[in-house]
Design a protein around this ligand. Structure first.
Ligand code: ZN
Length: 564
């Protein structure tokens, strides 16, 4: 069935609530594991139907925000979902208390029960007001950032519009743009400091309310991190410090300076990679989709069938249109076994990323669609493995999109992936310091940031900018405010994707088989388990990063970028 034929009927809330309640009671009084499994099946079927109506409305609303009917249904569902959640949580709680748990685990696996335990550890009715306070602060951060009106060259721009000036090929424009952006943040310094200070304090209160010493472990549990801890993440950051930072400092940055024709790189130069512009796809949306069809046809029988299905069933909405929301995502409609990819094509390399990265997410969820609903998607660091690795598996065919820019694309794809690890580790290390010492003052926090910034990004030289020199660059990274400790997930997944890059160059068929197996598992394993049971190195093991960085360094060194 095509997306345009998917039916939306407003769900009958009272009916669903009574069904959930009824099933919870039946679950509690069931006399055997077999009986309980049947009840779980019925519950999941209803949950999938509810989720499907929500996904359909969400997608339609993001495609056309001016459709009044859909707008109303979206508002209705936004209200309804938390109400239903109350009932579904009761069901999960009852399931976790089952006297037949050991037997249930044989069919459902143990992961679901472990995840539910984490959910219980991080929630108590008493912390609800603190969670609401946190949500308010998070919204206030979003509003403050979105309110930016920056005067530049006689016009007014928001922060994302300023990006085209920060990456201008004219150095004076870059410098002035960076100064204008920095001045806006400085003008709002007290507001950012105050918001963050309140966030740290409310999160500390949440942690104490739940019986934890500080917020770090609460955040780890919130993200479903079952089989690694702070010490493991620290080991990962240390590998970035020893393997990646010196390479970026001594090799990638000097080469970039040379390409840009600059003697000494300043922080305002970092928005630009190539003097003659970034690599771009050589055709429009329809053309790019055709190239993707060819690519997935050649990659494997599974991807061929899958991608043609997406196109035939209209499960891609790629053109930027009036009234359409910004950004991009991949989601899944269980009732129709339909992944959906939403994007706003703009003629940059990002368009190709949609057809590789988002298609990787879509392929994974489609491949593991028969999993229990909770186990279709992995936790975030696991989910990004499928998408980021697909970006590298696509390298074999990437000339179909980039033609004469192919080598330039490959170089920047890999070099950017390496460089960003330093930023990710910095953001992560900073947050550990902040929540470990929740009573730090805003000034002390900034000093901590600047100290770490010099360690992880020694190439960042601020010129005539005492504000950034004081340690305020992190104001612009939303994750630090909105979802503490989440950001490292991209770095963890990136290093696994690097392993796929190495494997696919040595033996593509072997890499593909491993990748396909991971997709079939979907969310049925926790992060470390997923890696160790599938012959992949965990990023926490000493030496694992060096193993992938050695061939990556050799590759980047072999590329002549002087002509880019
Ligand atoms: Zn992703």
């Amino acid at each position: 069935m095509k997306f345009s034929e998917f039916k939306y009927v407003r769900p009958d809330l009272d009916l669903i609530k009574s069904q959930y309640k009824d099933l919870t009671e039946k679950l509690i009084s069931a006399k055997s594991a077999a009986e309980q499994l049947e009840i779980v099946k019925t519950f999941n079927k209803i949950a999938d139907e509810v989720d499907s109506t929500f996904q359909i409305v969400y997608i339609k609303n993001s495609i056309d925000t001016t459709d009044e009917f859909i707008q109303k249904e979206q508002e209705f569902l936004d209200e309804a979902m938390p109400e239903l959640q109350e009932y579904s949580v009761e069901f999960t709680k009852a399931l976790n208390k089952s006297p037949f748990k050991a037997e249930l685990e044989k069919s459902l696996g143990s992961l679901i029960f472990k995840q539910n335990e984490l959910k219980e550890k991080t929630f108590k009715a008493e912390i609800i007001p603190l969670l609401q306070e946190q949500n308010k602060l998070v919204s206030a951060y979003g509003k403050l950032s979105a309110s930016a009106q920056i005067e530049f060259e006689d016009q007014v721009y928001n922060l994302s519009q300023m990006r085209k000036f920060s990456s201008s090929t004219d150095r004076a424009t870059r410098k002035n743009a960076a100064a204008a952006v920095s001045a806006w943040y400085q003008a709002h310094e007290a507001e950012f400091d105050d918001l963050y200070d309140k966030m740290v304090k409310v999160r500390q209160d949440i942690a104490v309310g739940l019986g934890f010493e500080n917020y770090i472990q609460v955040a780890y549990y919130n993200m479903g991190r079952l089989d690694y801890n702070q010490a493991d993440v620290k080991k990962f950051r240390e590998q970035i410090l020893s393997e990646v930072v010196p390479f970026v400092q001594n090799e990638l940055m000097p080469r970039r300076a040379k390409r840009l024709g600059i003697k000494e790189l300043k922080s305002y130069d970092l928005g630009l990679t190539f003097l003659n512009g970034n690599p771009t796809p050589k055709g429009d949306r329809a053309w790019a989709v055709n190239q993707a069809i060819e690519m997935y046809d050649e990659m494997s029988p599974e991807t061929s069938k899958f991608f043609r299905m997406l196109v035939d069933r209209e499960l891609l909405d790629l053109d930027a249109k009036k009234g359409k929301m910004g950004g991009g995502y991949c989601t899944y409609i269980p009732q129709y076994e339909a992944p959906f990819i939403f994007a706003n094509f703009n003629g940059t390399a990002d368009d190709v990323d949609v057809l590789t990265h988002e298609a990787g997410h879509a392929f994974q969820v489609y491949t593991s669609r028969n999993n229990l609903p909770e186990l279709r998607w992995p936790t975030a660091e696991g989910a990004e493995i499928h998408s980021m690795s697909m970006e590298f598996l696509a390298w074999r065919w990437i000339d179909k999109f980039f033609k004469e820019d192919t080598n330039k694309y490959k170089f920047s794809h890999l070099a950017d992936g390496v460089e960003i690890l330093c930023w990710i580790a910095l953001v992560d290390h900073y947050q550990h310091e902040v929540y470990q010492n929740p009573s730090m003052s805003p000034t002390e926090r900034k000093a901590t940031w600047r100290k770490l910034e010099k360690q992880y990004q020694p190439w960042k030289v601020f010129e005539d900018d005492p504000f950034l020199e004081s340690g305020a660059f992190w104001f612009r990274q939303g994750h630090i405010f909105e979802v503490p400790f989440y950001y490292i997930d991209y770095g963890l997944a990136q290093t696994i994707a690097f392993q796929f890059w190495v494997m696919s160059r040595n033996d593509f068929a072997d890499a593909w088989n491993k990748y396909y197996k991971l997709c079939q598992i979907g969310g049925a394993m926790s992060f470390v388990e997923l890696l160790t049971k599938n012959g992949l190195d965990t990023p926490f093991t000493e030496g694992s990063l060096k193993k992938v960085m050695d061939p990556i360094k050799a590759y980047l060194q072999s590329i002549d970028d002087s002509k880019f």
